[in-house]
Design a protein around this ligand. Structure first.
Ligand SMILES: Nc1ncnc2c1ncn2[C@@H]1O[C@H](COP(=O)(O)OP(=O)(O)O)[C@@H](O)[C@H]1O
Ligand SMILES: [Mg+2]
Length: 397
């Protein structure tokens, strides 16, 4: 077949396959999922000479398809956007077949909201399924051929890239999971050990009622810890595998802050802590996943309550400028030593001595950071030992 092509086309084809080969090495060595997806979409746009490319992942639990990466993904709101299964991408995933369309506007399956949301018009589209171990994990799409229309050769090249991408994504997910799972199992040992010991001791006949009650108490609280560990672990595993969808909506931050304050009112008052909200009611609206953002703030507020002694003061505040919305959780608690600050967002990390103040899993901040980053934002922290700590959530407007 190749020798019937004009020589210059032949060279381009070789060139393109060489580029693909380089890429496959590159992809195989990237285990960080977000970085990997970004490279895949760049490569797809590149090898197909397309204006843009995007990846949609398929959640086989919810049976939904959602946006996860794109070369032109400027709006964080696009990430996690659920795409209907009867769209073009949905067709590719359902049929596990590629699709090449030169004028998308004439196709009823085109999901117009994407164009509305991104202000990016799709004219021509080339899409392939990403299949790993017989399971379809999503679709890879090249959008708008720069000159002319997508060719049979483009389709072949993108098909190869899609297959490589699927394997790389699956590997990265497995790697992250095995890493996380071994840490998780390690963390299970402590509470399981305590439960086991307490249960053994309970069998002794000579125990006083009081001792018995103490051991039962241990079993109860350690079981609760196990269940918290499991919940947080699943949350984090889903966030890390990129399987979590962010359901963003426009929301008024002030009411959300009020809600968080009222949830935390009781736990704070149980420790005689003074919890206040300091924010203007007319904070500008932001685009965010309400439930997840609430989870972040409750997490930070619970930490403030946990690691601040009785009688302390906790303040939830917010300000906004043209670029970002900043939400601060400030406490007058034990503070965090400088050398611990750098480990703070690591999985399972707890500052030494924390277990004496409160129960915890050391996963809360990792989860919070993943969620905030999923919104295109970041979390910063300032702290002084013995004086208190301030966590700030920065969200782009
Ligand atoms: N407001 C705070 N003041 C002091 N230390 C904190 C504060 N928030 C978090 N930390 C420290 O960071 C660690 C990690 O927090 P997190 O991931 O939420 O775990 P957990 O709350 O389960 O202990 C905590 O164990 C604690 O040592
Ligand atoms: Mg916590």
């Amino acid at each position: 077949m190749a020798d019937t092509l004009p020589p210059e086309t032949n060279t381009t084809l070789v060139h393109r396959y060489r580029r693909l080969l380089e890429l496959s090495r590159d992809l195989a060595s990237t285990l960080d999922l977000d970085g990997l997806l970004q490279r895949i979409v760049q490569a797809a746009a590149d090898v197909c000479a397309a204006e843009a490319a995007s990846i949609l992942l398929y959640d086989d639990v919810k049976q939904e398809l959602y946006f996860q990466a794109a070369t032109n993904l400027t709006e964080p709101s696009m990430r996690g956007l659920v795409v209907p299964m009867d769209s073009l991408a949905g067709w590719i995933v359902r049929n596990q077949k590629p699709l090449r369309i030169n004028d998308v506007s004439r196709d009823r399956r085109h999901f117009a909201r994407i164009s509305e949301d991104t202000k990016f018009l799709t004219h021509s589209l080339l899409g392939v399924p990403m299949v790993a171990k017989d399971k379809v994990i999503g679709a890879l799409e090249a959008i708008n051929k720069k000159d002319g229309t997508f060719s049979e050769e483009d389709l072949e090249i993108l098909g190869v890239l899609g297959a490589q991408a699927a394997i790389a994504i699956e590997n990265s997910r497995l790697f992250q999971q095995s890493d996380l799972i071994s840490e998780f199992i390690h963390e299970l040992r402590t509470p399981l050990g305590s439960i086991n010991t307490a249960a053994h001791l309970l069998k002794r006949p000579e125990l006083s009622e009081e001792q018995r009650a103490t051991f039962l108490q241990t079993i109860q609280s350690e079981s609760r810890r196990l269940s918290e560990l499991a919940t947080s672990f699943l949350d984090l595993a889903r966030l890390e595998s990129g399987r979590v969808q962010f359901r963003t909506q426009r929301l008024a931050p002030y009411t959300l802050l009020q809600e968080c304050t009222s949830v935390m009112r009781l736990p704070a008052s149980e420790k005689q802590q003074n919890l206040t909200l300091e924010a203007p009611e007319d904070l500008p609206e932001i685009q965010a996943d309400r439930a997840k953002l609430k989870q972040v703030l409750i997490n930070l507020l619970s930490n403030a309550v946990k690691y601040t002694p009785a009688g302390g003061k906790i303040t939830l505040s917010a300000t906004a400028d043209a670029e970002e919305l900043r939400i601060c959780v400030r406490d007058t608690g034990r503070g965090i030593p400088p050398d611990a600050l750098q480990n703070l967002f690591q999985k399972f990390y707890r500052v030494p001595g924390s277990e004496r103040m409160a129960q915890g899993t050391g996963l809360g901040l990792s989860i919070a950071r993943k969620i905030v980053e999923g919104h295109g934002g970041r979390i910063s922290v300032e702290s002084e030992v013995g004086k208190g700590t301030t966590f700030t959530v920065h969200l782009p407007r």
